[in-house]
Design a binder for this molecule. Sequence first.
Ligand SMILES: Cc1cc2nc3c(=O)[nH]c(=O)nc-3n(C[C@H](O)[C@H](O)[C@H](O)COP(=O)(O)OP(=O)(O)OC[C@H]3O[C@@H](n4cnc5c(N)ncnc54)[C@H](O)[C@@H]3O)c2cc1C
Length: 497
Amino acid sequence: MTIMMPASDQAVLDRRDAIVADLRAIVPGEGVIASAAEMLPYESDALTAYRQPPMVVVLPETTEQVSRVLKYCFDNGIKVVPRGSGTSLSGGALPLADAVLLGLGKFKRIREIDFDNRVVVTEPGVTNLAISQAVAHAGFYYAPDPSSQIACSIGGNIAENSGGVHCLKYGMTTNNVLGCELVLMSGEVLRIGGKAPEQAGYDLMGIITGSEGLLGVVTEVTVRILRKPETARALMVGFSQVEAAGECVARVIGAGIIPGGMEMMDRPAIHAAEAFVNAGYPLDVEALLIIELDGSSIEVDELIKRVEAIALGCGSTTCRISGSEAERDLFWAGRKAAFPAVGRISPDYICMDGTIPRGALPRALARIRELSEKYGLGVANVFHAGDGNLHPLILYDANKPGEMDKAEAFGADILRCCVELGGVLTGEHGVGIEKRELMPHMFSEADLSQQQRLKCAFDAQGLLNPGKVFPTLHRCAELGRVHVHGGRLPFPDLPRF
Ligand SMILES: Cc1cc2nc3c(=O)[nH]c(=O)nc-3n(C[C@H](O)[C@H](O)[C@H](O)COP(=O)(O)OP(=O)(O)OC[C@H]3O[C@@H](n4cnc5c(N)ncnc54)[C@H](O)[C@@H]3O)c2cc1C
């Protein structure tokens, strides 16, 4: 399967040697990688089905270098693809053959820990987990916890508005980032937000969070940190029907209880995870919920009783309550390892990411089952159930001709189904190239044009991460004037992909 990316600019490629030399003058030492062998690790992100070498990799260490690189590219009409740790599952960091791949991996310093204001000011290449580790000694942590937290960068988290199991109660990245330093494609450096909980003016931080590297390059981040709850315990509840588990999720939230995390796995995911980590999961159930409750001990004891009663009322067949930190960790170990675990039962899989209203869970699962039969491909389901965020893992074998195309078509149908059920195309992995062509299924031409006008306000030449998110390329000047009448497209010479 190939995906259309913006056509390479031959004039830029012809000047490659001179461009590399100019970039070396801005980022000296080992900051510019231009040999084919050394660029190999940058060919792809975690959407590994797609890969291509960049024109050159640049690894700046300071905001000033980032600003000078971007200004140079702006002046010379060169595209730029920002990259954090390269764990994106939607192809957001996929390089372009005529673009600079701008890696932020050398921005590794935590600049300030400010317990009085409960914030950390950090460089964007610091991993998500490292922020929590840096404040753990004082009983604090950074709440959004993607399963990739050991590797993914906080800059990438902002670009993707990443989430994790604890985001149900504590919010996604967008709810936990207070400010950033942003370098525009023109090289200008902006400061947005800061340590104060509220900012005046438009919510620019809200726009930058989730912008998938299309608006600017984040070079510093201010995040909120929270005190660790006094205690946390988890229930592991099994159901003989997926619908009953879905009902339990809705009833827990409906009862006014917001668990610290509420995750669901279906039978194939339970079996794969259990074989991988021996978490003690029941193997005779169709669905498993892991529900974590946190707060003071008294509160947690009370909530556990209420959740247990709700689960029983929904027909739960098994229920275990963690009696120690080690046991709670074990309950989570299987869920957190579900992706690699599924990797052991299938040569390849695609991890989808869509969101639905919680109440639509049973209908979504029934539809996924029908599609699984239609395409003749297996599927294991893992969800952030409390958020309605589905992660169906579609199992296939890339060595069998046509199977990858089938898997992608299956995935696209699942996402269409999410939109039809009142949900959205992505919960936390972003649009990237993976869901780009599905954007018109969710947004009208007017919606998409308005989103692109925003892009134009930050990057009028469309040089920053082109080919991602938007299914059709508009030049900023033409936006709003493209009207297709009788099938005749105006500006037919415009490159569209
Ligand atoms: C095994 C596995 C589990 C995962 N689990 C989760 C999960 O639970 N929840 C979740 O939300 N995601 C998850 N992900 C997806 C991924 O880890 C996140 O999207 C993460 O935020 C990407 O961060 P990164 O540093 O790797 O960014 P990259 O992959 O390098 O880049 C992602 C996007 O961010 C842009 N970008 C990166 N850095 C910057 C910057 N400094 N300024 C501007 N733009 C930038 C890039 O251009 C690209 O568009 C998982 C991935 C894997 C492989």
